[in-house]
Design a protein around this ligand. Structure first.
Ligand SMILES: CC(C)(COP(=O)(O)OP(=O)(O)OC[C@H]1O[C@@H](n2cnc3c(N)ncnc32)[C@H](O)[C@@H]1OP(=O)(O)O)[C@@H](O)C(=O)NCCC(=O)NCCS
Length: 166
């Protein structure tokens, strides 16, 4: 990473900057609004909403939030990774990867078992993600098999669980 970047948990004072960052990175406010809905949902864990900051400016953000895998006999708690964004001028410098790794490390240390992500099938396998279908777990909507991925934070966390993420 060329610039010195600090990754830390998001605080309320960051919300405006994170909104603007998501609008800029995604070219619209859909994901920025999604982040707002996640923050006010019961799935929100503020320890898993992280910002990347350089010279006092927020240049990246990631949030993992709680979801549930509905298996035939029980509900299994897990996390969803979405969205992650880095300002375009700061992309391809490793900030996105650093945010993903920091969020996964934080989630594992809190004790979460698994993370799901809907994303680019060439990007996330680098973090250990594999198609969720390999575990028999499906998305609640129609998606390409390779794009809906899962990562066990605790080995075996997804073994023997077949169901749909809600
Ligand atoms: C996806 C995103 C967060 C990656 O952030 P980043 O800081 O650029 O990521 P990194 O520098 O860690 O990139 C690591 C690798 O990802 C891939 N990658 C990153 N950005 C890419 C892009 N725009 N197009 C294609 N591949 C890309 C590359 O393989 C890159 O490795 P390389 O630099 O050796 O080629 C960033 O591009 C972004 O904010 N995009 C817009 C929002 C978005 O689509 N978010 C993901 C869906 S939730």
């Amino acid at each position: 990473m060329r610039t010195s970047v600090r990754i830390r948990p998001e605080v309320q004072a960051d919300y405006g900057a994170v909104f603007d960052l998501d609008v800029a990175a995604f070219g619209g406010d859909e994901e920025a609004r999604l982040v707002g809905r996640i923050r006010s949902s019961e799935g929100f864990d503020p320890r898993l909403s992280l910002v990347a900051e350089t010279e006092g400016r927020i240049v990246g953000h990631i949030v993992l939030s709680r979801i549930v895998i509905q298996a035939p006999d029980r509900d299994v708690p897990a996390l969803a990774l979405a969205p992650v964004a880095v300002l375009s001028a700061f992309q391809r410098m490793g900030i996105g990867s650093a945010l993903i790794r920091a969020a996964l490390t934080a989630a594992a240390s809190i004790g979460y078992g698994a993370v799901f992500v809907l994303g680019h099938p060439d990007y996330y396998p680098g973090f250990g993600c594999v198609p969720a279908s390999g575990y028999g777990i499906t998305a609640p909507f129609s998606v390409s098999d390779r794009a809906f991925m899962a990562l066990e934070l605790v080995e075996g966390a997804l073994e023997g669980i077949e169901g749909t993420v809600v």
